[in-house]
Design a binder for this molecule. Structure first.
Ligand code: NDP
Length: 288
């Protein structure tokens, strides 16, 4: 069935979201601060909103995808009365506490609030592998889930509005950690003149193989509380990591990882966890 939706923010992501809704046959109203960006969406069948208030009034479901949650607050604060009785789905990247603040503001004004975390790039929207994490008002989510499914697969993570951002940021943590590791690896191998393309297949296969072992293995250790390893002990890693830090220094490559990791490894071994695997570090990362 076709359900009217309004999309606020037609950047790279918002434009992809609006296009997916149009493709799924939902009457879509669009608003963007820079009016020119509405052109391509209107060409695809969207209705441009003359004002933000008119954009809200057009649909029971309002989706926002702006740069920051400050932008979201500024844009919608004067529109609380128009939003009353409607659902605001905020797909802007932010923190759990920002999401909770927006949810509290929404509740005060009788607005159903759902926060979302998009686990996709714009090109993946409405395609395989893309999903969006949602949290907040569960009844509103049940009402609009099918419409939202036009954007990407849906994954509900709980009624605490901050949870989608938390899951999102935890996933991004893994991504950025890998990305920084990959950047460091290319910088190091490049310091010896090895072309990146010669190294890329090895690095890809290595990261995939290690991911498949480390990610589920760490989960099993955390959930069972059993960190003893027959794979690679903290003691062995404590001895190996200085080789990395030293080589980066000798090759004139900055080290963002191993200098920060060393004190944690030293502490783990000093506290008697030398025979445990890297999963033990999860506990030691908690600040007192
Ligand atoms: P863009 O820079 O392409 O678009 C930003 C959008 O925010 C534009 O529509 C811009 O309007 C609008 N905006 C910024 N400030 C204001 C303001 N003060 N008032 C009104 N509108 C404003 O970014 P993306 O589309 O890539 O990203 C949007 C959100 O989606 C971000 O939070 C991002 O983290 C998240 N996201 C993006 C992904 C991606 O791969 N691109 C992946 C997952 C999440 P204007 O056109 O007028 O500048």
């Amino acid at each position: 069935a076709a359900h009217p939706v309004s999309v606020f923010g037609l950047g790279m992501m918002g434009s992809a979201l609006a296009a997916a809704l149009l493709k799924a046959g939902h009457p879509t109203t669009v608003w963007n601060r820079t009016v020119a960006k509405t052109g391509p969406l209107v060409a695809q069948g969207a209705t441009p909103a003359e004002t933000p208030a008119a954009g809200v009034a057009a649909s029971p479901l309002v989706i926002a995808c702006l740069t920051t949650n400050d932008n979201v607050r500024e844009l919608f604060a004067p529109l609380a009365a128009e939003l009353r009785g409607r659902t605001l789905v905020n797909l802007t990247n932010g923190t759990p506490s920002q999401a909770r603040e927006l949810a509290a503001w929404a509740q005060e004004h009788g607005i159903a609030y759902i926060d979302g975390g998009i686990m996709a790039v714009p090109q993946m929207i409405a395609g395989p592998g893309a999903y969006i994490l949602y949290s907040g008002d569960e009844a509103a989510y049940a009402t609009h889930r099918e419409t939202l499914a036009a954007l990407a697969d849906t994954k509900w993570v709980g009624t605490d509005a901050g949870l989608a951002a938390l899951w999102d940021l935890a996933l991004l943590t893994g991504m950025y950690g890998m990305g920084i590791g990959v950047a460091q690896a290319y910088a190091l191998i490049g310091s010896a003149g090895v072309p990146a393309k010669d190294f890329a297949p090895l690095l890809t296969d290595w990261v995939i193989a290690m991911t498949q072992g480390i990610v589920p293995g760490t989960a099993e250790a955390i959930d069972s509380g059993q960190h003893l390893t027959d794979v690679s002990s903290l003691e062995v890693n404590q001895a190996a990591v200085p080789n990395l830090a030293t080589t980066f220094a000798e090759h004139g490559v900055r080290d963002l990882l191993f200098g920060a990791m060393q004190p944690l490894l030293d502490r783990a071994v000093a506290e008697g966890y030398g025979a445990d695997g890297l999963s033990r570090l999860v506990d030691l990362l908690k600040t007192p």
